[in-house]
Design a protein around this ligand. Sequence first.
Ligand code: COA
Length: 383
Amino acid sequence: MIYLRAASYTKFGEHYSKGLLDLADEAVAGVVKQGLNLKRIQALVVGNMFSQLLDKQSQLGAVLAQRWGLDIPAFRVEAACASGGVAVWTAIQLLKSRGYKDVLVVGVEKMTDYSTTDITTALSTAGNSDTDVVYQIPFPASYALYANYWLKKKWVGRETLFHIAAKNHYYASLNLQAQFPKEINKKIYQQGDVVAYPLGLFDCSPITDGAAAVWLSRSPTKNSPQLLGASLASGPNTPHLNYPLDGLPASRLAAEQLYQQTKINPQEINLVELHDCFTIAEAMAVVDLGLVAKKELGKFYTYYWQHRQPPPGYPYINTSGGLKACGHPIGATGVKQLAEVYYQLTGQAGRRQVKRVRTALTHNVGGSGGTVFLSLWRGGKDE
Ligand code: COA
């Protein structure tokens, strides 16, 4: 068995006075505060996309391990926006098959020191270098293709995209660690500049600094959430390789494998932290993961927005504020999703705490679908 012993994430947003390593220190200090003695850790896995490209720092594993006085196996993994999730997956493999007992996973990214153009260009390397990079097809444009297709097919309406953004901003307003802890209304949503038609400012996740850390262990304490299963799949990493644009094949494949492995069906899941890098990405994810039927999307999100909670029998989605409003420091995101699940399953989510949450899912996507990591956790109490 594998357990989530402790988890933490920094405030997400702009950290002008802190560097990449300072942010990692802060996330790990949060886990140490919850009882981790770093000497107990046998391996360190770091999720990060840009340290080599932007911060001119490779070997992030060794650099951080030395900083914290550790001489254990330590390395960085990169899978674009799924770097954090793949770091968690790697830690799970070490715990399962290599006899490790305690592994620390850190996800970290420092983005706001660079211009939006620099970040956009760096992000496009997650697509295909001979198309996305050469023709500078940024992520918002990739997801705009999906959005246009889904709007044309009437699988979503503009209203649903607004409901997704507003719901995630509502949750962020309850989360002091979020980048945008403020609610939005329809007028604000509509006034956002067009980024890549039909996606506007409030359909997009932002550029963010932040770090997250989780301690995974084979020995639990009384309340440690338990891993039910995890899956990792690959798929087309750019929309022009993924016709028809009806979802992400890697999300569907990873979900099928996870549900088969755990014998859990999607209707038993109470809470999900999923990869809403754009509003349309959340709509696609809930369908790909079998949580909401395509034809129910409009009704589901209307109810969610009106009642500030999902319709009975459906899961809570992105209570952290999601990538949209909590922020998206690329390599930290997949680790932060676990941290949010940890807070919820151990009753530490403060004003956004969901009652009776037992089974929680994380969903982390790299590129426009190239990599998908899922993990399913059980914890909490019936009341
Ligand atoms: N949602 C809401 N507000 C946002 C925002 C977002 N996503 N991004 C920026 N803002 C706000 C800023 O806080 C700022 O507000 P202020 O004027 O009150 O201070 C204002 O909008 C302008 O910010 P700025 O940083 O100049 O925006 P920008 O136009 O340079 O960048 C985006 C906006 C959406 C283009 C940029 O955040 C982006 O490229 N996002 C996508 C990142 C991405 O592709 N990630 C990978 C996904 S898989």
